[in-house]
Design a protein. Structure first.
Length: 529
């Protein structure tokens, strides 16, 4: 990811030294952090804006379209859980592996070619399995009759596998604008197609359009959502298609073995991550005492609540997209460890602000959802803190990637997944969906803590844990005061929002006082003016 401008002449070196001297009280490297912040925003426009389009214009829109049909929303969520899980397995985590091997001198093209060839192989195997055994897959999932849904989503998965390395190359080549343009274009096509299928086609069919009437069936609304996704993915694949003709199709057995050896623990990390973040839908479907449709309905309500908490997750995802190549590109700088510590503190500052901001205005934000889905808002604070802890884990996990000890990441993530599953089986029968949220928080808290403690042994980064902990406690205290005061007042929405706005202002005032040096240095123009 685009993160830091290489210093090519003495003038830039001088500017950098001046900037560092200006921020000596915080040991902050403002130009570096501004660059990472800028890239996070650009990747945010590509990934987050894309996700916002996807989540708001599709996922949240569907809570209105499927209002009163929460089980259908649960089914939608479950299908995409399987897509996310298979994407981790079938991409072989080659994006991160490509960053690791492609950042070596003179190895970018060779690493790209080997990674891309491996994914052509996995996507081909997947497509063959899809067409041979879609009926068996549908039966195994307890959804006979959904074979076409599975085929369409399976093709989406295949196309997403094939564009994984081209997208990763844009990140390593520091081309976030093209990355953003392609992401947004693909998802925009997806959104337009969803609206076309679910809004325009019914109007045309009711108006007597013979062509639309010949194929459109409102009972197949979920299938049309998947077809829309396929159209968006196909557009992105075609945009990258020419790259496959520019590759050198020379298989390097030794390099591929090294890459796969590096990637294997990361695949385990990825599988555990998907289970931790999205496996709730299968756990709720399995563990809740109701029948299949009742449990899917409960899962649909919980899934909608996660779409509110996903506002935190989107920031974390954009941060991770920008930070991962950033960490690799700066690993050889002598100030790298201090920079990583500064990044973690900056992440905490933004993350805790998001936590407080979302919760102070949750009564308004929840109105985005269809009325059938608002009963799950009590899990949002738990999920927000869980996703924040996941972000800290991403910060703390850099040591095992830089030192090629990815097996530790696999072990930590696997234990985290076991915590999620184990606690879910224990807590869901007791607390329903809230049990799933607490299991997720416990998992990510363990992962962040374990990664920090073990990392001190192999790659000690001087994280300011005192300040990080203070910011987290301040955010939790602000939320706690809001709950207490509003419980006493028990006023209308306007009074609640006024109280929460005052608390939000107080929180911002306190953290600005605490971190004035860092905030000002990041916001200051690169010229240092």
């Amino acid at each position: 990811m685009q993160t830091f401008v290489l210093v090519k002449n003495q003038r830039k070196v001088s500017n950098l030294h001046n900037a560092i001297r200006r921020s000596k009280k915080t040991n902050l490297h403002p130009m570096t952090l501004r660059k990472l912040a800028g890239d996070t925003l650009i990747y945010g426009s590509g990934f987050i804006l894309g996700k916002v389009l996807n989540y708001v214009m599709i996922a949240i829109y569907l809570t209105w379209k499927f209002d009163g049909e929460t089980e259908k929303y649960g089914l939608y969520t479950e299908f995409y859980f399987y897509v996310a899980l298979l994407l981790v397995i079938l991409t072989l985590r080659m994006e991160t592996t490509f960053f690791r091997f492609g950042s070596e001198d003179g190895q970018k093209s060779k690493a790209y070619d080997q990674a891309a060839m491996l994914l052509v192989l996995t996507s081909g195997i997947w497509i063959a399995c899809l067409f041979l055994w879609n009926t068996e897959i549908a039966a195994a999932l307890q959804y006979p009759g959904f074979e076409m849904h599975i085929v369409v989503l399976g093709l989406v998965l295949a196309l997403d596998i094939l564009v994984a390395i081209p997208f990763a190359a844009l990140r390593l080549e520091e081309r976030p604008l093209r990355f953003a343009a392609l992401r947004i274009s693909g998802i925009t096509i997806n959104v337009i197609a969803v609206l076309g299928f679910l809004e325009l086609m019914p109007i045309l069919a009711d108006g007597g359009n013979a062509f639309v009437q010949s194929w459109y069936n409102p009972e197949h609304s979920l299938l049309y959502v998947f077809i829309a996704n396929l159209l968006g993915s196909l557009f992105v694949f075609l945009a990258f298609f020419s790259r496959y003709f520019k590759m050198k199709w020379n298989f390097d057995k030794e390099l591929s073995k090294r890459m796969l050896r590096y990637a294997l623990p990361l695949i385990i990390v990825g599988i555990a991550g998907v289970i931790n973040q999205s496996g709730y839908i299968v756990l709720l479907k399995t563990v809740l005492p109701g029948d299949l449709m009742t449990n899917l309905s409960e899962g649909g309500v919980y899934a909608a609540a996660t779409k509110i908490a996903i506002l935190m997750s989107l920031f974390i995802t954009a941060f991770n997209y920008a930070a991962e190549p950033f960490f690799f590109n700066h690993s050889k700088n002598k100030e790298a460890k201090q920079t990583y510590a500064d990044v973690a503190k900056a992440f905490t500052l933004v993350g805790t602000t998001l936590f407080v901001g979302i919760l102070m205005y949750l009564d308004l934000i929840q109105l985005m959802l269809g009325s059938s889905y608002r009963t799950g808002m009590h899990v949002v604070p738990i999920l927000l803190m869980a996703f924040f802890m996941l972000g800290l884990y991403y910060n703390f996990s850099i040591w095992y990637k830089l030192t090629d000890r990815t097996r530790y990441g696999a072990i930590i993530s696997s234990i985290g997944a076991l915590i999620t599953v184990g606690l879910s089986f224990y807590l869901i029968p007791l607390f329903n969906m809230e049990g799933s949220a607490w299991a997720t928080l416990a998992c990510y808290t363990f992962m962040a803590g374990a990664c920090y403690v073990i990392g001190k042994k192999y790659y000690r980064v001087p994280y300011d844990m005192g300040r990080i902990g203070t910011l987290v406690l301040l955010a939790l205290a602000t939320y706690g005061i809001s709950v207490f005061v509003n419980g006493l007042v028990d006023g209308p929405l306007g009074i609640t929002l006024a109280i929460n706005t005052a608390l939000m202002g107080g929180f911002l005032w306190v953290i600005f006082g605490m971190e004035r040096e860092m905030i000002v240095s990041v916001l200051r123009k690169r010229s240092g003016g």
